[in-house]
Design a binder for this molecule. Structure first.
Ligand SMILES: *Cc1c(COP(=O)(O)O)cnc(C)c1O
Length: 389
């Protein structure tokens, strides 16, 4: 963890460059000048390297990419305009028509929709929910080219055995791609266990202040060449230098924020497990003790739970009574958030996804954890009647 803190806090500027500013420059440019015709030819014939155009490379983006590659233990990283930009560029660069993409467990909703849409281009997809990693074997086909997953997954935070997946995938020349947004590069490093590609939405913990949308991909040079040549350059979801700068700033406090959030989430879950108005709690700290011990160096503070005997009025009173939890999408910022999966008319969809009507997702931010727990308790009292606990 100490090495990682150094990467997050490390200053990239030197006395020779950037006026020795502590904070790096935002190189807000689309294009870069060649010195002369000779230089132009040398760069274009790959004899010399130079920044030429921000859709390809930019010094501010490079600072972020080098830091995250180091944190994940990967050879290189490439930033994108959003997490979905990173996910779509990766998938579209690595699979072709007639290939099969295996989506495991409850991944982020838009990722699932994206892969399902690829049938328009002749790419097969199947999504499977498994409780044991080894069940995966049943679903691998001769044309499986990619296993795409999250661990912990979205909504129920199920974990998979990364080493097991990478071992069976390597034997079959299948790419393994993990969305590691929940754990951050500080708490889980899938490349250590042989996973090929790691993706983060920088909109969450890395940015950390609910003020940017961004994404990043980490892999070997060999795989990144494919993602660069197609996904990055041709699909063009480039991160802006300003957003890269904000993501670098977010990294400065990532170790400190996560240290506090790791402690807070364990206290909140200990409380939730004791309150009988909570039917179920989903988080690796309570549901995935073994895999959590193997793979996680700390706990992310996004979790979910099910309100007992929930009806619309209980959900409404609970959500609207919360003072410190804002009803909003996304997570990973400084502020605590809450979001029920029931949105007014999606009961059928919830059944299909195996989610209970009273399933609530919560994100523990940087506020005093005792205040947050009191707030939850107060709102449960309101929702179920004062003497209910
Ligand atoms: C938010 C999120 C994404 C999408 O990221 P954007 O930056 O919003 O495009 C992908 N995966 C997970 C797990 C997320 O939480």
């Amino acid at each position: 963890m100490k090495d990682k803190e150094e990467v997050c806090l490390g200053i990239e500027c030197s006395w020779e460059k950037e006026y020795a500013s502590i904070s790096p420059g935002i190189v807000q440019t689309s294009s870069f000048q060649f010195k002369n015709f000779k230089h132009y030819v040398e760069v274009n014939t790959h004899q010399k390297k130079a920044y030429t155009y921000t859709r390809g490379d930019n010094p501010t983006l490079k600072i972020l990419e080098d830091k995250i590659a180091k944190l994940e233990g990967g050879e290189c990283a490439r930033s994108f305009a959003s997490g979905m930009g990173a996910i779509s560029s990766t998938i579209l660069s690595l699979v072709s028509s007639h290939d099969h993409v295996l989506i495991v467990n409850t991944v982020y909703g838009s990722s699932l929709k994206l892969v399902k849409n690829l049938s328009r281009f002749g790419i097969e997809c199947c999504q499977v929910n498994i409780s044991q990693t080894s069940d995966l074997l049943e679903y691998i086909q001769d044309n499986t080219k990619m296993i795409y997953f999250e661990s912990p997954s979205s909504q129920k935070f199920e974990m998979l055995d990364l080493k097991w997946i990478s071992d069976i995938a390597k034997q079959r020349h299948i790419y393994t791609v993990i969305d590691n947004t929940w754990a951050t590069p500080l708490f889980q490093n899938p490349i250590e266990y042989g996973i090929d590609v790691v993706i983060h939405s920088c909109s969450k913990y890395i940015g950390g202040h609910s003020d940017i949308v961004g994404g990043i991909v980490i892999s070997s040079y060999e795989i990144m060449k494919k993602i660069d040549d197609f996904g990055s350059i041709l699909l063009g979801a480039t991160m802006s230098p300003m957003n890269a700068w904000l993501a670098i700033r977010g990294l400065r406090t990532l170790p400190t924020r996560l240290k506090q959030q790791n402690e807070s989430i364990q206290k909140v879950i200990d409380y939730m497990l004791e309150d009988h108005r909570i039917e179920m709690v989903y988080h690796p700290y309570c549901c995935q003790k073994e895999l959590s011990k193997t793979y996680l160096k700390g706990q992310g503070s996004l979790f979910s739970f099910v309100l007992k005997d929930a009806n619309e009025s209980i959900i409404e009173t609970f959500i609207d009574s919360l003072k410190y939890f804002t009803l909003a999408y996304s997570w990973g910022g400084f502020e605590s958030l809450v979001m029920p999966v029931f949105k007014g008319d999606n009961e059928k969809e919830l059944k299909e996804r195996g989610l209970a009507f009273g399933h609530i997702r919560m994100y523990i931010g940087l506020e005093d954890v005792n205040l947050l727990i009191k707030d939850i308790q107060y709102s449960l009292d309101k929702a179920y009647g004062k003497d209910s606990h």
